[in-house]
Design a protein around this ligand. Structure first.
Ligand SMILES: NC(=O)c1ccc[n+]([C@@H]2O[C@H](COP(=O)([O-])OP(=O)(O)OC[C@H]3O[C@@H](n4cnc5c(N)ncnc54)[C@H](OP(=O)(O)O)[C@@H]3O)[C@@H](O)[C@H]2O)c1
Length: 288
């Protein structure tokens, strides 16, 4: 059985001696791959950052202390061109900025990054939860953290990514099939760039549309804690299974009175590992 060390799930702190973290703003990564700034050097950054480096992207960590030993060790295992600088310098050098910092400091940290104009800012933080009267968790109602971030930084292109267990960044085939990674954001081209990154990490991106659907991610993630609250020894990842599209059988806009999303001309399909099953095949399978 494939076993993932506990350290991979919980934290990746290395104690090996490594070269100094680079201080200067770095050059670009591979021509087709944007530079990715990872703000923070903690548990998530320690698994996600090296995976991004292995996928051929240049990773620049933004740290309050870019020369401390643990940060140098992280840089050393994040690809040959990785670097660590201040959060502001990392942001300036990158087209994609991942906020791998605790949710309670998101405002403070994002305010200190300098201009975020046009940058893709990835939020991975979950919703704020509380214990309800029945003892189960519930979401604190209101806009998601991603929506608040977007309101705070109007010219940034905030994208919310519903990440899997951190161990997947070490082995995306941990359970044999890549989990589905929901991606929401108000700019379809920004969602597409993030989808490419997620795909390159070996995971399957899924276009969840505008940023307000981040509230759904938070709801799913709160529900996913029910097994733990019940003491069930079960773990799950989200995997959307291809099924027959209703649009193969009916005019959906007529059926449900859909509007036409204003962004449609900028929406392109996310990368996928297998082509979609055509309508003819679904009709054949269902005897239509
Ligand atoms: N699978 C998932 O989806 C998943 C899993 C884990 C975490 N997360 C999310 O990822 C985010 C980071 O979680 P984490 O577990 O990696 O956190 P963490 O281990 O506490 O690390 C956070 C990092 O943020 C930086 N930071 C900047 N300003 C800070 C401040 N004022 N206080 C504390 N740290 C500050 C620190 O790096 P420097 O000291 O170098 O500045 C620190 O290492 C959270 O939103 C968490 O919910 C998601």
């Amino acid at each position: 059985m494939h076993r993932v060390p506990l350290a991979v799930v919980c934290a990746c702190v290395m104690a090996t001696v490594v070269p100094s973290a680079q201080q200067a703003a770095p050059p670009a990564s591979a021509p087709d791959k944007p530079v990715v700034a990872v703000i923070g050097t903690g548990t998530l950054a320690g698994t996600l950052g090296p995976a991004i480096g292995r996928a051929g992207y240049r990773v620049v960590y933004g740290s309050r202390d870019p020369v401390r030993d643990s940060v140098r060790a992280l840089v050393a295992r994040s690809g040959p061109n990785a670097a660590a600088v201040t959060p502001r310098d990392a942001t300036a050098a990158a087209a994609i900025v991942v906020l791998a910092v605790p949710r309670n400091v998101l405002d403070e940290v994002s305010d200190g990054l300098g201009t975020l104009d046009g940058k893709i800012v990835i939020d991975v933080s979950g919703g704020q939860k509380r214990v309800a009267a029945d003892g189960y968790l519930e979401l604190v109602p209101g806009p998601s953290g991603s929506e608040r971030l977007q309101s705070r930084h109007a010219t940034a292109r905030v994208v919310r990514v519903n990440l899997p267990l951190m161990a997947y960044f070490v082995d995306p085939l941990l359970v044999g099939t890549p989990p589905t990674i929901l991606i929401a954001g108000n700019d379809p081209r920004a969602r597409e760039s993030v989808a490419r990154l997620i795909f390159d990490l070996g995971l399957d991106p899924w276009d969840a549309g505008p940023l307000r659907f981040a509230q759904v991610f938070d709801a799913i993630n709160t529900m996913a804690l029910v097994p733990a609250q019940q003491g069930r020894n079960e773990g799950y990842e989200l995997r959307l299974m291809p099924s027959a599209p209703l649009s193969c059988f009916a005019d959906m806009s007529q059926l449900f009175g859909f509007g036409r999303p204003g962004e449609l001309e900028n929406v392109r399909p996310f990368p996928r590992r297998a082509p979609p099953i055509p309508c003819e095949e679904w009709r054949r399978r269902l005897g239509w």
